[in-house]
Design a protein. Structure first.
Length: 131
């Protein structure tokens, strides 16, 4: 038999009973119902940080990188995650550009939520580096 994996659009939540195998072909149908995890990055003055590098990976399997992206002008980077709710996640954020404004990297732990969520990460200025 064959294996079919269906990943619906964010927000939809079909169940296996809604998927029909009318040709009665033996096999397996897996439905991945993903959730969006948005990482919002700001500084201690609550200003959005554009261009911060955000990495999300599965804590138990760090080679399973779920997001490697830069934040937008609103300080956001979003990943659609199809892992089981409750699976451990590690979130790392860093921004160290040239010039006088540099930030200390941050890391936090979370779990895959059961619905779309936003995690806010606050970066502190690195006051030791010189321009």
């Amino acid at each position: 038999g064959a294996v079919v994996t269906i990943t619906p659009a964010s927000g939809s939540n079909p169940s296996a009973s809604k998927v029909l195998n009318s040709n009665a072909i033996p096999g397996c149908i897996t439905i991945n119902t993903g959730v969006n995890v948005t990482v919002h990055v700001q500084d201690t003055n609550q200003a959005y940080i554009n261009g911060a590098r955000v990495d999300i990976f599965q804590t138990s399997n760090p080679s399973n990188v779920l997001l490697n992206a830069l934040t937008s002008g609103t300080g956001d980077a979003t990943a659609s995650i199809t892992l089981t709710a409750g699976t451990g996640l590690t979130i790392r954020v860093r921004k160290s550009s040239t010039g006088s404004t540099r930030y200390l990297p941050a890391e936090t732990s979370s779990t895959v939520p059961s619905s779309d969520t936003t995690v806010t990460v606050i970066l502190n200025l690195d006051t030791i580096v010189s321009a």
